[in-house]
Design a binder for this molecule. Structure first.
Ligand code: PEP
Length: 254
C-alpha cells in the first residue's frame, strides 16, 4: 500500500477578506503546525486568493479556490478558468461542494469537464461527493456515491487518479455539528476507493480521500486514523487558526 500523506483543507466558504486572510495565515504559521507531516490547503474566496498565495509563499501551505469554470476562456460572465487560478499561483480547486450542487445547480455533467480542466492547468481537483440525510435513511448512500464518482470522473484516466483528491462529505453532517461515525466514514471512503480500484489499483491506492462534515479538534484524530480516510475538508472549525492547527496536528499524529 502506498504511503498517503495526510491532507487537511480549510474551506472558508464566503468568509475572510484579504486582511483577515493574512492575519489567519500569520497566526496559523506561528502555531507551528507540523507541515512536514501533513499537507495543508486553505481555500479562501476568490477575492482573497492572491493575498493567501503571497502570505503562504515559502511556508509549504497550499492555496485552493472553491470553484472554477471548465472552459479556458469565453463569454461566461462571473466565472474564472483553471488557467486564471494557476496564473495567480493557486495550487488546487474544490469542485462539486454540496453547497454549489444544491444552491447553484452544479451538475455531474459540468464536473466531468471541470475535473480534467483543472488537471490540465496543473491544479489538484478536490472533488466533493456525499449523500443527503434522506438518501442515507433510504439506504441509497452507496448508489449515490457510486453514481457521483463515476459521473464526475468519467473523463479522467486511471493514470491520473493519483493527482485527484476526493472529499467524502455527507450533506447531513456539513455545518450541523452532527459528525459521521467512524464506521460510516470508513465505509463510505472504503467504497469510493474500491470503486476506483476497478479503474486503476495503483491510482486508487495513491489517491487521497478526505472526510468532511463537522470535523473539529475533538474528533479529527479518530476520523483521520481510519484506513481509508487520509485527512479532512473542514468548514466552520477552519476559520479559527488555533482550531485548524489542532486539527492539522491530529492528522500528523494519526
Ligand atoms: C464543508 O463545508 O466542506 C464542511 C465540511 O463544513 P463543516 O466542517 O462546517 O461541517
Amino acid at each position: 500500500m502506498s504511503e498517503r500523506k495526510p491532507l487537511m483543507a480549510a474551506n472558508w466558504k464566503m468568509h475572510k477578506n484579504r486582511a483577515e486572510t493574512r492575519e489567519f495565515v500569520e497566526a496559523f504559521i506561528g502555531l507551528e503546525p507540523p507541515l512536514d507531516q501533513v499537507e495543508v490547503v486553505i481555500c479562501p474566496p476568490f477575492t482573497s486568493l492572491e493575498a493567501a498565495v503571497s502570505t503562504c509563499e515559502g511556508s509549504g501551505i497550499q492555496v485552493a479556490a472553491q470553484n472554477m469554470h471548465q472552459a479556458q476562456s469565453g463569454a461566461f460572465t462571473g466565472e474564472v478558468s483553471a488557467a486564471m487560478l494557476s496564473d495567480l499561483g493557486v495550487h488546487a480547486v474544490v469542485l462539486g461542494h454540496s453547497e454549489r450542487r444544491e444552491l447553484f445547480g452544479e451538475s455531474d455533467e459540468s464536473l466531468s469537464e471541470k475535473v480534467p480542466a483543472a488537471l490540465e492547468a496543473g491544479l489538484t481537483p478536490i472533488l466533493c461527493v456525499g449523500e443527503t440525510e434522506a438518501e442515507r435513511s433510504g439506504g441509497k448512500t452507496d448508489e449515490v456515491l457510486a453514481n457521483q464518482v463515476r459521473a464526475d470522473l468519467a473523463n479522467v484516466s486511471g493514470g491520473d487518479l493519483a493527482q485527484i483528491v476526493i472529499a467524502y462529505e455527507p450533506i447531513w453532517a456539513i455545518g450541523t455539528g452532527q459528525t459521521a461515525t467512524p464506521e460510516q466514514a470508513q465505509e463510505a471512503c472504503g467504497l469510493i476507493r474500491a470503486l476506483l480500484a476497478g479503474r486503476s489499483d495503483e491510482g486508487a491506492d495513491a489517491l487521497r480521500i478526505l472526510y468532511g462534515g463537522s470535523m473539529k479538534p475533538e474528533n479529527a484524530a479518530e476520523l483521520v486514523s481510519l484506513e481509508d480516510v487520509d485527512g479532512g475538508l473542514v468548514g466552520g472549525a477552519s476559520l479559527d487558526p488555533e482550531d485548524f492547527a489542532a486539527i492539522a496536528s491530529s492528522a500528523a499524529s494519526a
